[in-house]
Design a protein around this ligand. Sequence first.
Ligand SMILES: C[S@@+](CC[C@H](N)C(=O)[O-])C[C@H]1O[C@@H](n2cnc3c(N)ncnc32)[C@H](O)[C@@H]1O
Length: 243
Amino acid sequence: MTEQYDTVGSTYEQYKTKATLPIVENFTFFNILSNFQEKTILDLACGTGFYTRLLKKRGAGKVIGVDISEEMIGVARQEEHKEPLGIEYQAFDVGKLPKVGKFDLVTAIYLLNYAENKEYLLKMFQKIRNNLVENGRLVAMTINPHFCVSKSNCSKYGLTVLKEETLSEGYYCEAEFNTDPPFVIKYFRWSQFIYEWAATEAGFKKVTWHSIEIPPQAIEQYTEDYWRDFLENSLIVGLSCQN
Ligand SMILES: C[S@@+](CC[C@H](N)C(=O)[O-])C[C@H]1O[C@@H](n2cnc3c(N)ncnc32)[C@H](O)[C@@H]1O
């Protein structure tokens, strides 16, 4: 599962810029993050560096991007080469991440949903905490523990959930990105309890869940009706943890 993005690289960027789910993800993420000007940020599961670049361009201090996939890191480095922003990219599995530094913020947009079991989820939270300053904060986007595929799917927003298999603490899932060509990814939808257990076990003091928010321009452009399913049954959710 950890190498599944190795063959995806630039097709993933296509999804990021053409599908509508990322509009909501982006708006929600930056609202949760709120003030990050001049702050040092470690962007985990940075992929091709989509958010890593945005964070830097919007005023963050030093930013480092980390991803397990050499292919994704390769695309991110090419982008840095084309338009130098001073971002450093490193290839690591977050479950084995050393201390890269002490950051004000750790961001993790779709990292935690790749932990294959609760022990690995705990490891990820521990490594994250190990890279934060005393009052540091983790801001993550992940798969909503309460998403219900039988209620509505996500196809019109850019990806289709193909299957969900019950595990003891959540679900093993597969979804297809509606890109050209399409690609399938495997991930986990862990329970709220397991996330909160892992975060507090790792030493985080406060765990907060954040519902998705639709930007007003996107409601105007696509209509309220278009977003209804997503608002009522969102595949994604925000999670922040205070050190
Ligand atoms: C859906 S992409 C998100 C990329 C980026 N955060 C974004 O939103 O554009 C998920 C990324 O998580 C990475 N990933 C999965 N498991 C990981 C792990 N254990 N450590 C680091 N990165 C991981 C994948 O390689 C992939 O690039």
